[in-house]
Design a protein around this ligand. Structure first.
Ligand SMILES: [Cu+2]
Length: 87
C-alpha cells in the first residue's frame, strides 16, 4: 500500500483525475481516495511509488509520499477550492 498526501485534491473531480492518472500507469491498481484528509491510497500491481508520484504530478497535483504511520496523526484541514469545478 502506497499513500500520498495531495493537498490540492479537494473534490470529486480532482479525485477522479488522480484515479485516472494512476490507472494510466498501472491499470490494475486499487485506488482509494480520502478527500477529507487529502489522501490517496494506492495498491499498485506493477508501478513503483516513483511512477505513481509522477502520474499524480503530471495530472497537475502535488503529491507528497507518506507512510501509513504518519497519516494517523494528520490533522484535518478545511478544504478550499481547487481545480475550478468545486469552487
Ligand atoms: Cu476539484
Amino acid at each position: 500500500m502506497q499513500t500520498f498526501r495531495v493537498d490540492d485534491m479537494t473534490c470529486g473531480h480532482c479525485a477522479s483525475s488522480i484515479t485516472k492518472a494512476v490507472r494510466a500507469v498501472d491499470g490494475g491498481a486499487k485506488v482509494e481516495v480520502d478527500l477529507q484528509r487529502h489522501l490517496v491510497h494506492i495498491e499498485p500491481t506493477q508501478a513503483d511509488s516513483q511512477a505513481l508520484n509522477d502520474a499524480i504530478a503530471e495530472a497537475g497535483y502535488s503529491p507528497v509520499p507518506v507512510n501509513a504511520l504518519a497519516t494517523q496523526g494528520t490533522t484535518t484541514k478545511k478544504a478550499g477550492g481547487c481545480c475550478g469545478c468545486c469552487g
